[in-house]
Design a protein around this ligand. Structure first.
Ligand code: NCD
Length: 327
């Protein structure tokens, strides 16, 4: 990493030859291990800049269209904050029902419209594959902020950055990561399992029988030579776990509400359960939580889920700077 990869004074405003200039971010399958080292280096610098000066002009004059067809608090507001901390501005479309989408406009047409006004589009949509469809229609970069039960690549990047910053980059190889909860519908774990397969980790999946990690994801991870094992309860694997990644049961994705009722309270992490875990491990959660981590655990130093949100700001700043040719 050079001393600074952020250059607001590049000729013509942006480096069109930079590797990530103009690229879409659709799936974690795009990333190699070296890419992560680069992104996390830039994110680390962003953290330093925010801590020292708060807001700066790296993306001055650039505009982000934040197009959300599904609810969001963290992803949407952290992309907004990321753009504004870099001196850019945002067109927020959170309530698609007030946009032409409610008149029946197609996703490709909406994206073609927004790219007339914006330099980059962040999209969250309920259908798997929608981000790829939008990226095909658009000339400007599209960033996938969650496509149904498919992927959530920027979340997986910030999750992995959290692990690097909290436990040390050198520690990732050899680590045991346990994913808990709704592994079937949780797009964050689909992306995270794939991304972590770039490292020499061991992955445990703990879920109710009807919410197991999809075979497609497990097969892709297996090809990378990663040991994986499935469990119905946490007991056996908690003592060896370095990262416990807890997820919400995705109520909105169930076809039969009775199935949701059967599994909604399946696991609860609290101080008693966590007595069996290591002292130097971390508990993560993409949030929102709906009871699967007790608030009594929040003051435990191992509770990393609030810090995780902050890391998301720096990773999203890095990604915006990269696709706009400024990092
Ligand atoms: C997640 C999502 O939207 O997939 N939230 C997030 O982006 N932080 C997880 C969830 O909704 O459970």
């Amino acid at each position: 990493m050079p001393t600074s990869s952020l250059n607001p004074h590049l000729p013509f405003g942006e480096n069109k030859n930079a590797e990530w200039y103009g690229k879409d971010i659709i799936s974690v399958k795009q990333f190699k291990r070296e890419d992560l080292e680069y992104i996390f280096g830039v994110a680390h610098e962003m953290r330093g800049m925010v801590e020292r000066i708060g807001t700066f002009d790296l993306l001055k004059g650039k505009i982000l269209a934040n197009l959300f067809y599904e609810p969001s608090t963290r992803t949407s507001s952290s992309f907004t904050a990321a753009m504004e901390r870099l001196g850019g501005s945002v067109i927020p479309i959170n309530e698609v029902k007030y946009s032409s989408v409610s008149k029946g406009e197609s996703l490709p047409d909406t994206v073609r419209t927004l790219e007339c006004y914006a330099d980059v589009i962040v999209l969250r949509h309920p259908e798997t594959g929608s981000a790829a469809i939008a990226a095909k229609a658009a000339r400007k970069p599209v960033i996938n902020a969650g496509d149904g039960v498919g992927e959530h690549p920027t979340q997986a990047l910030l999750d992995t950055f959290t692990i690097f910053e909290e436990l040390g980059a050198g520690q990732v190889d050899g680590m045991t990561v346990t994913m808990l909860g709704d592994l079937k519908y949780g797009r964050t774990v689909h992306s995270l399992a794939r991304l972590l397969s770039l490292f020499k980790v061991k992955i445990n999946y703990v879920s109710p029988d009807i919410l197991k990690m999809p075979k497609e994801v497990m097969d892709e991870v297996a090809v990378k030579g990663i040991p994986q094992a499935e469990f119905g309860s946490l007991e056996k694997v908690l003592p060896e776990t370095d990262v416990l990644y807890v997820t919400r049961v995705q109520k909105e994705r169930f076809e039969d509400p009775a199935d949701y009722e059967k599994v909604k309270g399946a696991y609860v992490i609290d101080p008693i359960v966590m007595k069996a875990a290591k002292k130097d491990m971390i508990v993560m959660h993409p949030l929102p939580r709906v009871g699967e981590i007790s608030v009594d655990f929040d003051d435990d130093p191992r509770a990393a889920y609030f810090r995780q949100m902050e890391y998301g700001l720096y990773v999203r700043m890095a990604l915006l700077a990269m696709v706009l040719g400024k990092a």
